[in-house]
Design a protein around this ligand. Structure first.
Ligand code: CO8
Length: 263
């Protein structure tokens, strides 16, 4: 992956096939300003098109994944500015532009837009002490980057409604218990190690299958069951056109490890 320098994010390749984006605006606890989101989109685009990367890890610091949208940037915004410039729309690029799986590794604060950004990722890992929440109500506003929809789908209406209307935080341990997080780890070190291990495991499979699997699981969030099952079957059929399906099944029959071509 070509080295590129950014001001508010860092990219790295910590394991084979694994690209990492680290949010890095420590003075503002990684508050998600428009310049930061622009760089995040560029970094994700870079990793998404890199042949050396199959899986992306998105993380912040031990203290903060991200403490929300940049409140100081939003404070003076008018309705017409927000509406005509589609404020926040560019955030969704993460969900539309990136075909490779993204694992969020959340430690510390993941509040407001930070919680929403983590929920846009494909797998959410966190520390038990991570501090999640949608506190927008305390600022006289509401979640604006998908929080009301994704939190509700993940943990159910009553609990999501309670959290969004009170602005109360919840822990990483709760996030795991409620199914928002796939796993909560006992320490920051365990979180990063566990995240990279999962990323490396996934990156060891065929890129075609990984991308197909992500695509069909995400369809389950948008489509009625019957349409989703049909969509899955279409993609499943199409994967018979890949070399890696032949390679994987032949290797199983011959009791040896598959050598993927990613074709
Ligand atoms: N925006 C801008 N600056 C921030 C933000 C933020 N969201 N969060 C923290 N900072 C800044 C602080 O202002 C402070 O800067 P300075 O040193 O210049 O005063 C610095 O980061 C350190 O913060 P604190 O001193 O407050 O650190 P503490 O450890 O005392 O507290 C907290 C940490 C509890 C996380 C606290 O900073 C806090 O409550 N932050 C705001 C959390 C919040 O309300 N987030 C939601 C924002 S609204 C939102 O994201 C949704 C908008 C809906 C649209 C969707 C996307 C835009």
């Amino acid at each position: 992956t070509a080295a590129r320098s950014y001001e508010f994010v860092q990219t790295s390749q910590p394991r084979p096939g694994v690209g990492q984006v680290t949010l890095s605006r420590p003075k503002a606890l990684n508050a998600l300003s428009t310049p930061l989101i622009t760089e995040l989109n560029q970094a994700l685009g870079e990793l998404n098109s890199s042949d050396d990367v199959s899986v992306i890890v998105l993380t912040g610091s031990e203290k903060a994944f991200a403490a929300g949208a940049d409140i100081k940037e939003m404070a003076p915004l008018t309705f017409s500015q927000a509406y005509t410039k589609s404020f926040i729309e560019s955030w969704s690029q993460l969900t539309t532009q990136v075909k490779k799986p993204i694992i969020a590794a959340v430690s510390g604060h993941a509040l407001g837009g930070g919680c929403e950004l983590a929920m846009m990722c494909d797998i959410l890992y966190c520390t038990e002490t991570a501090n999640f929440g949608q506190p927008e109500i305390k600022l006289g506003t509401i979640p604006g980057a998908g929080g009301s929809q994704r939190l509700t789908r993940a943990i159910g209406k009553s609990k999501a409604m309670e959290l969004i209307l009170t602005g109360k935080s919840f822990s990483g341990a709760d996030a795991e218990k409620w199914g928002l997080a796939a796993k909560a780890f006992p320490s920051y070190e365990a979180l990063m190690e566990g995240t990279l291990q999962t990323a490396e495991t996934i990156a060891g499979y065929s890129k075609v299958a990984i991308i197909g699997a992500k695509e069909v699981v995400n369809k389950s969030q948008d489509l009625p069951l019957r349409d989703g099952v049909e969509y899955e079957r279409r993609v499943f059929h199409s994967i018979f056109g890949s070399q890696d399906q032949k390679i994987g099944m032949k290797a199983f029959a011959e009791k040896r490890k598959a050598e993927w071509t990613h074709e």
